[in-house]
Design a protein around this ligand. Structure first.
Ligand SMILES: C[S@@+](CC[C@H](N)C(=O)[O-])C[C@H]1O[C@@H](n2cnc3c(N)ncnc32)[C@H](O)[C@@H]1O
Length: 394
């Protein structure tokens, strides 16, 4: 999707504008208390997750037609049905099988997976959800209670990572929602991109990068085998490899399926990609200005999948596969999932075929969205990774 100009974005309604004004005032206070600037990562963290205020923490509609963007599980139940088949094979191979979903959004994916596993008589002992937003957690609970009341005894919410997990881990569009640092390669070192206030609005600023950011950029340059050009600007997500490390510590046996839009490190920091990979969504319009509409637009960044895979391997996991979403769905049994639905009336079949196109076409979600599979233990490789695995590109 093309990025749009700020002038072509829709105007927020009065309630959203008032909410954004509250978030902006909160941020101006934080920035003043911090001496006039905060890191971009801190800004992104606050606008997305400040309790009761941030985009994911306040009670706005985010997903689906009435929200700002649509994710794969919201696009079609087919996504969850194919994933459920992949889960079934893993669950059958472990003792005490459980599914742990991170950032469950509206709860749609959990409902689709559990319904399909119930049909297959392959339910896990438990389906655990770890969600950082209290508001979304409440919405997930009421959605799942209405959708799958008969399965609620297996569903629970966690407040923190469990010590141990065996079975399946699922995270769809969670890594892209983690705050990223922005940096600029200067001749004499690395600058950290910050956010300051000018005439009441948020503006970019910079300062010398702290040690952890400078070290992260050094690792990138070492792995690329070259220095980034002077003036080159991009992002690095310091939280993502730490999170993958936590997943590795906890997964005793099974497979983690991490879906997101992203690329390998090589592509991420290609010379022509100066400017980075931020992507903001407001009312289904995509643009790349994170400093406007604070608290009422989504801000995300494409994922450096090489960084995630490296952290996983360092934590003792194996890479089970790396494929794009179309390959995952086709390799994972899309044809079977669709065959189950062939009895539907013709208008429903047409609707479904439109949804499948959205999930699989290269210009839609088929190519930019990828799935990284991580595993521990002698688990048969999920079939979804059997078609055109690109692990060696990481
Ligand atoms: C873009 S939404 C995706 C929602 C859902 N998975 C879907 O596909 O529709 C990102 C979700 O990740 C959650 N999230 C972000 N960071 C997280 C973390 N560290 N642990 C768990 N959830 C997180 C957000 O609160 C939100 O529910």
């Amino acid at each position: 999707m093309q990025h749009e100009q700020r002038s072509s974005l829709p105007q927020p309604d009065a309630a959203s504008a008032a909410q954004s004004a509250r978030v902006a005032e909160f941020l101006r206070q934080i920035i003043a208390a911090e001496g006039g600037k905060i890191s971009f990562a801190e800004y992104m963290h606050q606008v997305l997750y400040a309790p009761g205020l941030g985009y994911y923490s306040a009670g706005t509609t985010k997903f689906g037609d009435a929200g700002d963007f649509i994710t794969a599980p919201e696009t079609s139940s087919v996504f969850g049905h194919v994933l459920a088949r992949q889960c079934a094979a893993v669950l059958a191979a472990v003792e005490k099988p459980s599914i742990l979903e991170f950032g469950a959004g509206s709860g749609k994916l959990a409902a689709d997976i559990l319904k399909m596993l119930a049909e297959m008589d392959a339910l896990p002992n438990s389906y655990r959800i770890l969600e950082v937003s209290a508001d979304l957690r409440e919405r997930q609970e009421s959605f799942l209670e209405s959708e799958i009341p008969q399965l609620m005894d297996r569903v629970s919410w966690l407040d923190r990572l469990p010590d141990e997990h065996s079975g399946v881990i699922v995270a769809n569009e969670v890594l892209d929602a983690m705050p990223v640092e922005r940096f600029i390669r200067r001749r004499d070192g690395i600058a950290q991109v910050c956010v300051a206030v000018k005439d009441g609005s948020f503006v970019p600023a910079e300062r010398v990068a702290p040690d952890n950011l400078a070290a992260a950029v050094t690792v990138i340059e070492e792995e690329l085998g070259r220095s980034l050009p002077e003036g080159y600007e991009s992002e690095v997500c310091i939280a993502a490899p730490q999170w993958v490390g936590d997943v590795a510590r906890m997964l005793s046996r099974g497979v983690a399926f991490l879906f997101d839009y992203g690329v390998s490190r090589h592509e991420y920091y290609a010379a022509e990609r100066s400017g980075g990979w931020l992507r903001c969504h407001f009312r289904h319009h995509v643009h790349n200005d994170p400093l406007i509409l604070p608290g009422i637009q989504d801000i995300s960044a494409w994922v450096d999948f090489s960084a995630a895979a490296t952290a996983a391997v360092a934590g003792g996991l194996d890479v089970a596969g790396f494929v794009n979403q179309a390959q995952f769905l086709i390799g994972g049994g899309l044809d079977q999932a669709l065959a189950d639905l062939s009895e539907l009336p013709i208008d429903a079949q047409l609707k479904l075929s439109g949804q499948v196109k959205l999930l699989t076409l290269p210009g839609e979600m088929g190519e930019n969205f990828k799935c990284l599979g991580l595993s521990r233990g002698a688990i048969t490789r999920p079939s979804a990774f059997g078609l055109a695995d690109r692990t060696t590109s990481l």
